[in-house]
Design a protein around this ligand. Structure first.
Ligand SMILES: Cc1cc2nc3c(=O)[nH]c(=O)nc-3n(C[C@H](O)[C@H](O)[C@H](O)COP(=O)(O)O)c2cc1C
Length: 378
């Protein structure tokens, strides 16, 4: 059986995660919507840009620090919010939040977390973002915002790309889409006793912030989300008062409205290809978003970031930071906190190495001249 110490790359960690997870969990984690075109294109889109190194620059000292939405970052990568982390490892969000702290990364906690706002805040006193879904209802959403404020989360992000349950076709085969298991996925669960142990020792699986089981969430899940409008976004923004971002915008026209209502950040995201298939890869939208917001809103991207060079390309196009989702979840599934830490560390080491090889000594050195459009542009 391969182990974490034999993992040198994100792909190695991904392969180990696949072995450690029952089939259904793996398919849910890895999969995308419809034909999974976005899932593939999120990676391919980075190939449109080539890096342009400068030679003979003294790169003996490199400063990766930056700031995003008023938060000081040790390096320009943050963790994307992901729900129900205990499905991947018993340590769940606690393991991921600890890994974030160890690697100097900002952690984002999902509304649909399996450990609560308060439990995660206790474990990670560093910079944290709380991610809000309005699916549980407007009143409850405002309660969640207040809890995040009291618990010391620095920023709030509202996810806006989940107005319908996604069509993730792998999940029909495993039974997850129907809230159950097929005989084949049950057999796979039984073949993963270590995973079962991790799950059962943590008590019953709950949406910890709401105190209900994941199956109950389906009752309210989509009704409220379909009612989200700009007026409500403004109310949420005003209620929170602190640094506020929208996550899941893909149209620069919406960025103009977002700026008008006073957002501090926009996370361009296609949810890692898990919601609407056929939409653009976020990296290809950065320039348009920077222009639409007059460079006054911090632009962040996620979806498909796997390499240090991806981060440099995104920043050269005008992003302030990037976020990763699956990579740290693969790490968590592979080996809990240590696995998530390793996945994030590999990315950080790559970023540092790439900065060195490109002759860049600080994040501010990354400019449009750091890249050019390559022959693969379609
Ligand atoms: C298993 C899983 C659960 C997710 N849950 C949430 C969530 O609760 N809230 C949210 O805003 N985004 C959620 N996302 C989307 C991520 O925040 C992020 O946009 C996406 O993972 C980025 O793409 P990447 O996985 O290619 O890095 C989830 C993603 C995954 C893979």
């Amino acid at each position: 059986m391969p182990r974490l110490k034999h993992c040198y790359t994100q792909k190695d960690i991904e392969a180990l995660a696949r072995k450690r997870l029952p089939w259904g969990m793996w398919e849910f984690l890895y999969g995308g919507a419809d034909d999974e075109w976005c899932l593939t294109n999120n990676r391919r889109a980075f190939e449109h840009y080539e890096l342009m190194p400068r030679a003979c620059v003294d790169v003996s000292n490199i400063d990766l620090t930056t700031s995003v939405m008023g938060m000081d970052l040790e390096w320009p990568v943050m963790l994307s919010p992901t729900g129900m982390n205990r499905m991947y490892h018993g340590s769940g969000e606690i393991g991921a939040a600890r890994a974030a702290l160890k690697t100097g990364t900002v952690y984002s906690l999902s509304t649909y977390s399996s450990y609560s706002i308060e439990q995660v805040a206790e474990t990670n006193p560093g910079n944290k973002i709380f991610q809000l879904f309005i699916n549980p209802g407007i009143e409850r959403s405002f309660e969640l915002i207040d809890r995040a404020k009291i618990s010391g989360y620095q920023a709030l992000c509202l996810t806006v790309d989940t107005t319908a349950s996604p069509n993730k076709e792998r999940d029909y085969k495993t039974g997850i889409a129907f809230g159950g298991v097929t005989p084949k996925s049950l057999l796979s669960i039984l073949a993963h006793p270590r995973w079962i142990y991790g799950l059962v020792t943590g008590g019953s699986l709950q949406l910890a912030n709401l105190g209900i089981s994941p199956l109950e969430a389906d009752k309210f899940q989509w009704k409220h989300a379909t009612q989200l409008n700009w007026e409500l976004v403004k109310k949420i923004r005003d209620h929170w008062q602190g640094p506020f971002a929208l996550k899941g915008l893909l149209n620069p026209e919406d960025a103009i409205t977002a700026r008008q209502i006073g957002v501090d950040g926009i996370i361009i995201s296609n949810h890692g290809g898990r919601q609407m298939d056929g939409v653009p890869a976020p990296v290809s939208l950065i320039r348009e978003f920077v222009d639409a917001t007059n460079n006054e809103v911090d632009i962040i991207i996620d979806s498909g970031i796997r390499r240090g060079s991806d981060v440099i390309k995104a920043l050269a196009l005008g992003a302030k930071a990037c976020m990763i989702g699956r990579p740290y979840l693969y790490g968590l599934a592979a080996a809990g906190e240590a696995g998530a830490t390793k996945a994030i560390d590999i990315l950080k080491a790559e970023l540092l190495r790439d900065m060195t090889l490109l002759g860049l000594t600080a994040i501010n050195d990354i400019s449009p001249q750091t890249i050019r459009t390559g022959p693969n542009q379609g």
